[in-house]
Design a protein around this ligand. Sequence first.
Ligand SMILES: Cc1cc2nc3c(=O)[nH]c(=O)nc-3n(C[C@H](O)[C@H](O)[C@H](O)COP(=O)(O)OP(=O)(O)OC[C@H]3O[C@@H](n4cnc5c(N)ncnc54)[C@H](O)[C@@H]3O)c2cc1C
Length: 489
Amino acid sequence: MKHASQLVPWAFACALAVVNCSSLLQRLQSELSPRLSGSGLLSETAPARWSEFDAPNPGVVVNVATESDVAATVRYCTAHDIPFLAHNGGNGWATTFHLDKDGVMINLAALNHVTFNADKSQATIGGGSNISNAIDHAYAAGTLVQTGNCNCVGVLGAILGGGYGNLMGTYGFGVDNVLSLRVVTADGRLRDVTAASDPDLFWGLRGAGPNFGIVTAATVKSYPAAAAEDMQAWTGNLVYTSDQLEDVVQAIQDLVLTPDMVIFLYFLADATTGVPAVIAAPFLYKGDAAAGRAAFAGLYAVGPVADTTAIVPYDQWNVASDALCTRGSFKPGWAAGFQDMVPATWRAVWDAYVAFQRLPGAASSGVLLEAYDLTKARSVPAGSAAFPNRNVRFNAFAIPWYNDSSLDARAAAFGGAARDLLRATSGLPRNQTYVNFAHGDEPLTEVYGDGVPRLQAIKERYDPGNVFDEWFDIRPGGTSNTSKASYYY
Ligand SMILES: Cc1cc2nc3c(=O)[nH]c(=O)nc-3n(C[C@H](O)[C@H](O)[C@H](O)COP(=O)(O)OP(=O)(O)OC[C@H]3O[C@@H](n4cnc5c(N)ncnc54)[C@H](O)[C@@H]3O)c2cc1C
């Protein structure tokens, strides 16, 4: 569904069927292609996305080969009022996308270079690199970068919203590790943005990044390994029966995380039996079995029925979650941040999950929780980046995963109920949701916090025409394909 301001000549002609919209490709072949670094960069085939639910549906894909291609495409689309959207890992599940057949997807996949400075203390990561690519390069170089925990996710897609990851306890949020960003802004300029060069834009990009431009590369801190143990962690799955749920939840509530510890909780079907399971996944950086069992003694005391924990090298940390990266199907997400694990809340979430998961074709649905030590993240001043959630202890989301759109209403009922339950006992004075996990119907202050007015002022300066409006549009009354009214705060 289009925002009124986007009913511009080309889109308007398409809407009225004055022109054949399939000729958008022909038009771009003749007008845009000569401005790109090579021929053959245009296509009508969109890259596969993680979720097909409310996914962007472009008329043309520009498979950029250089950062100049990004700038040329932005300049062209802006000049001709053609909607566009950057595609990186393709995992964004929010319902805020509205790119349609009259629009252009800028596929960043070829911008996947990862390089390091001489002492490996800095990594420069292309705007189209996914996490597995970045980790593979870092591992080969003998250094570590703070990325997210799923291989398929765009490194920058995660960081521009905040950037949670296994190394967070030690190194802080993704946004805290950014040194500089190369960004194509709405005017088509390629800028090197640092805290010194453009303090407001640098601030806004680190939490609300997709609202301000397309990042072609980021230079981030990198942490050279000094010893073999720096390149490993102790992690794996502890599996429980559903009647142990309350004890598992209480054990997580009681866990005192140190910077090297992360805890995940999953409601997921057993891969072989399809039976829903309660799975805790502890992570201990540089740990071994003895240290891991000691650090997560409370979870061992509950008595897991299966234990796959082991010492895992850095380049394999995310392999266990590769199944979660499966492309396709409908996977809308509903998320909440909260301060306490409440057993009764999680029992009710479990009941809602099991009721949906048993529906035909919905077995892969899940609920996921994560918690990190926040000492390092909180040592950074709260207002130093637009990312607003340094105070939030736990984040969780429900993912109905299905193929038949007749389940849409049931999926929304499950996801919405899980979110309501988590919000009801959140222990937070107001709802706070990580923008990269949010559904798309949240008020702006829920995902961007008190920074909304400053973000809106930066928007006026760098993108007054609001060409970057697909990802939790920060302007009052900005486009949403759910409830427009909910975007007023
Ligand atoms: C399986 C899975 C695992 C996840 N794990 C984590 C995790 O460990 N940590 C975490 O923090 N989050 C995680 N997330 C959430 C993730 O951060 C968001 O889904 C994020 O939006 C995905 O970015 P992407 O590049 O993969 O997706 P896309 O859909 O390509 O991008 C999402 C939005 O960001 C914009 N964008 C992406 N790259 C750029 C760029 N270079 N410049 C400008 N805009 C850009 C896109 O235009 C789009 O609006 C996970 C999500 C999934 C589905």
